[in-house]
Design a protein around this ligand. Structure first.
Ligand code: SF4
Length: 430
């Protein structure tokens, strides 16, 4: 596989940093921000997500949750019915009643999110005001926050961004002169967090917090002593809100694959003045294991072509990993939004000449995809079946968000998410 030994002070430059991007507007095929509830409700274990929406919203959450075998009911939908549409006063009274019942039945809830939807936005139900009112009523045992998961002009991972951003104003301020602290921002599987925590400790970075926390009472303080490392590429609003509270964003690629994980950890090492030798010693065993495991996947993926439809906002880091560590050929890398600042390190690592597109005109993109005939297509559920029926091999983008894929020990699992559909297609064809 490709060498990934990168000197600690070297930040990537070049690649696709200034590459032209095809910007498209038109019909797009993505889930809405409500989908984020599926992984967020597992992460913050004493939080509850109350969607204020329609039966469609309830069905979406239920069917998305059906993808997960370990879904637990820490979310529900307060259905806006026709009566509510007729009179807003009713909708607010009804919402208060539903919340009252819920909190009486579920005393373990410490943080309640009122999650807005297309219907609640259409009827202009002011959930910020409702959250403030309910917070006053149920304080101090329960905090009530709100954010929008509406599908109008958004993509599904923005739900997490909106959720985390809604928590930032309530984070405690760090004490003046508090020692430097690392804040890892973005929901990660607990097992991945634990692995990172061990690596940070081996590196000598002791003061590490994660956001979102596992419990609502464990909110990290934030201030000028906070160095934040984004674990997910779709957290632009959250990052901005944390910067406004004084935190410093550490420039790094995302922790996908050996190279991405190494550079991500190195960004923390640099910020905390960790010596190169100590860093190398801390990451060497995990790097070697992951490199060996990836070598097997490379045999199956090297030279294979891949086409990304815009969906999860993970497309650019995934493309970088697949091209550089597994030798795949990138035909088109589509992303719903291109946050140049947060993705600067990733863009610099993409092979020169990579075709990038932002936004979507689904018909035009399907034409490009059919013409390119990729070996594998990464796309949303709505496109996967039609493309499979045309003989293409697909990977559901949403699976890449539900699965723990970050860090050294998950690098081979991530590669396997791409080898499996290719092998399945080969078996079908045999
Ligand atoms: S929030 Fe909007 S897009 Fe999402 S399920 Fe509800 S109606 Fe559909």
């Amino acid at each position: 596989m490709n060498a990934v030994a990168i000197p600690i002070h070297a930040l990537p430059s070049g690649g696709c940093s200034d590459a032209p991007v095809l910007r498209e507007r038109g019909q797009h095929e993505v889930f809405c921000g409500l989908t984020g509830i599926i992984w967020l409700h597992r992460k913050i274990q004493d939080a509850f997500f109350l969607v204020v929406g329609s039966r469609t919203c309830a069905h979406l959450i239920q069917s998305a949750a059906g993808v997960m075998i370990f879904a637990e009911p820490r979310f529900a939908t307060a259905i806006i019915d026709e009566r509510d549409l007729a009179g807003l006063a009713d909708a607010n009274t009804e919402l208060d009643r539903v919340v009252q019942q819920l909190l009486a039945r579920r005393p373990e809830i410490k943080l309640l999110f009122l999650v807005g939807s297309c219907p609640s936005e259409v009827i202009k139900l002011d959930l910020a005001r409702a959250a403030a009112r309910l917070s006053t009523t149920f304080s101090p045992s329960v905090r009530v926050l709100n954010y929008s998961g509406s599908g109008i002009e958004t993509t599904f991972t923005q739900g997490e961004d909106a959720c985390l951003a809604s928590m930032v104003p309530g984070l405690p301020a760090s004490a003046p002169q508090a020692p430097a602290e690392l804040l890892v921002v973005g929901a990660l599987a607990d097992v991945v967090e634990d692995q990172f925590l061990r690596l940070f400790r081996h590196m000598g970075v002791e003061r590490v917090r994660f956001f979102p926390p596992r419990r609502a009472s464990d909110m990290a303080p934030v201030g000028p002593n906070t160095h934040m490392l984004l674990a997910q590429p779709f957290l632009a609003d959250t990052a901005r809100a944390l910067q406004a509270r004084g935190a410093t964003l550490l420039a790094a690629p995302f922790p996908l694959g050996v190279e991405g994980t190494t550079l991500w950890l190195q960004a923390a090492a640099r910020a905390f003045g960790i010596a190169q030798a100590k860093f190398d010693a801390a990451v060497a065993p995990a790097t070697q294991r992951a490199t060996a495991a990836l070598a097997r996947a490379r045999l199956a993926l090297e030279g294979k072509s891949i086409f990304f439809f815009p969906d999860s906002q993970l497309e650019i880091p995934l493309a970088r990993f697949l091209a550089r560590e597994l030798g795949m050929r990138l035909l088109e890398v589509g992303t719903p939004y291109l946050h140049r600042q947060n993705l600067a390190q990733e863009l610099a690592l993409l092979p020169e000449g990579t075709f990038l597109s932002e936004g979507q005109h689904v018909e035009k993109q399907l034409e490009r995809c059919r013409a390119a005939q990729p070996d594998i297509v990464v796309c949303g559920l709505g496109l996967a079946n039609p493309l499979e029926s045309e003989g293409m091999t697909t990977k559901w983008a949403i699976e890449l968000v539900f699965t723990p894929i970050q860090g050294f020990d998950q690098a081979a699992d991530l590669a396997e998410l791409f080898t499996r559909p290719l092998l399945r297609r080969m078996r079908l064809a045999a």
